[in-house]
Design a binder for this molecule. Structure first.
Ligand SMILES: Cc1cc2nc3c(=O)[nH]c(=O)nc-3n(C[C@H](O)[C@H](O)[C@H](O)COP(=O)(O)O)c2cc1C
Length: 333
């Protein structure tokens, strides 16, 4: 029995979840033990650790030389070969089957990709293995001089269309935020054949150690401060986008989760705080949300979801400009 109180029920991607807290794709959801620990502690759904496009295409080596992304993929495939098992796809399908047999919350397969070619049949195989949905993390760092902004956006839509050809499962699209007009682009994605948009991917940043004068990486794990980007865009988009929004990045405590729901998120995904605190953190988060709801007199999440979403008549960008006009740090009044 899960410890989740029933008044936290939500639907997401057409699926019934006992809680709006979703275990994000990560090392925590890479094993059956991790998946069951999250579900038993109160996760409303589990997104499995991603299978990478290169893991699939590396099993069909000759396809690499046929794609226009062959340089990138060939390099990535070399890397993947060293870090993945011989039968990554088979192992992944086994994880889906075993997870479905072990837990009673939805199990969402995840794919990490950069192109719509060579791997999309996997979506069909994931459906046959029993996955309840597919989350597609399109992770294209914007460093390619030759890739125009419009083509980058189109690539996302092509990937969605290619997956849709292979499966009738609900699709969640997990995206970054490096687009020239983020608002318009996200709306365009929201009108494609998906059920949910996951905002956002977390890009890791390089950092430097000035004593050794060497490069190092900034923290892999987020903090609550990192949640503000998703909060803004979920608040702006939720009143008008025709798909459900999942908040991702920086949800560490129940207040972080409640804010995203108030902005209009259907669910929130949790990763860093689980890695820090262990899967038992789901219980703490669910209790925090329930306690807050009881204090405010809410008996379901639908009663307050979107209560603080952006007012359609108050264009978000103009609102922020006015805020800056009001700010004057020299002014003591
Ligand atoms: C160790 C680790 C592994 C991750 N692996 C994946 C992955 O395979 N696929 C994916 O879409 N996101 C992956 N992520 C990103 C998380 O799903 C999540 O989007 C990101 O960490 C931001 O959420 P957070 O602030 O709650 O950590 C990973 C994150 C971490 C820390």
């Amino acid at each position: 029995m899960s410890s989740t109180p029933s008044n936290l029920n939500v639907t997401y991607m057409g699926l019934s979840l006992p809680s709006p807290l979703v275990a994000a794709s990560s090392s925590m959801t890479h094993t059956l033990d991790g998946v069951t620990a999250c579900a038993w502690a109160g996760a409303g759904a589990v997104v499995l650790k991603s299978l990478f496009e290169e893991q699939i295409t590396a099993q069909v080596e000759h396809e690499l030389s046929l794609t226009e992304d062959s340089l990138y993929l060939a390099e990535a495939a070399d890397y993947v070969r060293n870090y993945t098992t011989e039968n990554a796809v088979g192992d992944y399908l086994e994880l889906i089957k075993k997870s479905k047999a072990a837990v009673d919350v939805p199990v969402i397969a995840s794919i990490h990709c950069v192109t719509p070619r060579g791997w999309t049949r996997f979506a069909h195989e994931a459906e046959l293995a029993g996955a309840d949905g597919i989350e597609c993390n399109v992770f294209i760092p914007p460093f390619d001089q030759k890739l125009k902004g419009a083509d980058l956006e189109q690539r996302h839509l092509d990937i969605v269309a290619a997956i849709r050809k292979e499966t009738s499962l609900p699709i969640a699209l997990k995206v970054g935020y490096y687009f020239s007009n983020l608002y318009r682009t996200l709306l365009k994605f929201g009108r494609s054949d998906i059920q949910s948009l996951v905002l956002f991917n977390r890009f890791l940043y390089p950092d430097m150690d000035i004593s050794t004068m060497k490069m190092n990486s900034s923290s892999v794990l987020s903090t609550s401060a990192d949640a503000l980007r998703s909060l803004r865009w979920i608040g702006i988009l939720s009143p008008e986008i025709p798909v459900q929004l999942a908040a991702s990045t920086g949800i560490h405590d129940s207040a972080d989760a409640i804010k995203q729901l108030l902005a209009g998120a259907q669910v929130v995904q949790v990763c860093s705080s689980l890695i820090k605190n262990g899967p038992g953190h789901f219980k703490t988060l669910n209790e925090g949300i329930s306690g807050w709801m009881a204090g405010k007199g809410f008996s379901s999440i639908d009663e307050f979801r979107g209560a603080l979403a952006c007012d359609k008549n108050d264009i978000g960008a103009a609102y922020e400009r006015v805020q800056y006009m009001k700010l004057s740090f020299g002014d003591k009044s």
